[in-house]
Design a protein around this ligand. Structure first.
Ligand code: FMN
Length: 207
């Protein structure tokens, strides 16, 4: 057993090529924080899928132009590029912190700019982190209805992590083994949903 894997914070994602039919992945981070647990969880999912991805596009909503976001300027080039990345994706991973028992308002500012059927025909994996396990179901009762309203019909089991399950480390966050197992299970659901995608076990990334 080697040392625990530590997760970096937000940075541009690599674009690995694969030998099997590859997936285009859009990863949406809805945290306002530069040092973000939910983004770390998102990155862990991306690392698990790296070898099967044609492209990975990380959209950090906090880095999009604020005025364009709040004034719903869908023609703004960075907003348009982000929406195009969602449109091209086979798999959309949506990560959010839990704020006031729901997904973040920042995430909603972006989701509100997407076309009505933006998630139709795509597989969606919801991820969240929260301070308390008491809000474990917030993904189900707040985010999933919004995903459904955007046309998502293939929504994988969400993964919720408490802050204690992502321990702060100098360069990022160290995931708890139980969290890695839950992420693995969710990603196995992806393999069933999209058989061409065979994710690397997240737990193995921690060895
Ligand atoms: C304004 C605010 C509201 C929050 N509300 C909740 C909450 O209702 N339930 C909860 O479990 N955690 C809550 N938290 C804690 C965050 O969800 C938690 O620390 C999360 O991991 C932060 O994710 P991030 O680092 O990606 O931003 C709140 C934090 C803030 C700053």
């Amino acid at each position: 057993m080697g040392s625990a894997h530590s997760l970096a914070i937000v940075h541009p994602m690599p674009t690995p090529r694969t030998t099997s039919t590859p997936l285009h992945i859009a990863a949406l981070s809805g945290s306002p924080s530069a040092r973000s647990r939910s983004t770390a969880l998102l990155q862990l999912a991306l690392m698990s899928l790296e070898s099967e991805a044609a492209s990975q596009h990380l959209i950090a909503v906090r880095e999009l132009p604020a005025v364009a976001l709040v004034s719903a300027d869908v023609q703004e080039p960075e907003i348009r590029a982000a929406a195009d990345a969602i449109a091209r994706a086979d798999l959309v991973i949506v990560a959010t912190p839990i704020y006031k028992a729901a997904y973040s308002g920042l995430l909603k500012t972006f989701l509100d700019l997407l076309p009505q059927d933006a998630l139709r025909g795509k597989t969606v994996l919801p991820l969240a982190t929260g301070g308390s396990a008491a809000h474990l179901l917030a993904l189900d009762y707040t985010l999933k209805p919004v995903l459904a309203a955007l046309g998502a019909r293939h929504v994988l089991d969400g993964v919720f992590a408490t802050d204690a399950q992502l321990q702060a480390h100098e360069t990022g966050y160290v995931p708890d083994p139980a969290l890695l197992e839950r992420l693995d299970r969710a990603l196995q659901g992806l393999a069933e949903d999209a058989p061409r995608c065979r994710p690397v076990r997240a737990a193995s990334l921690a060895r």
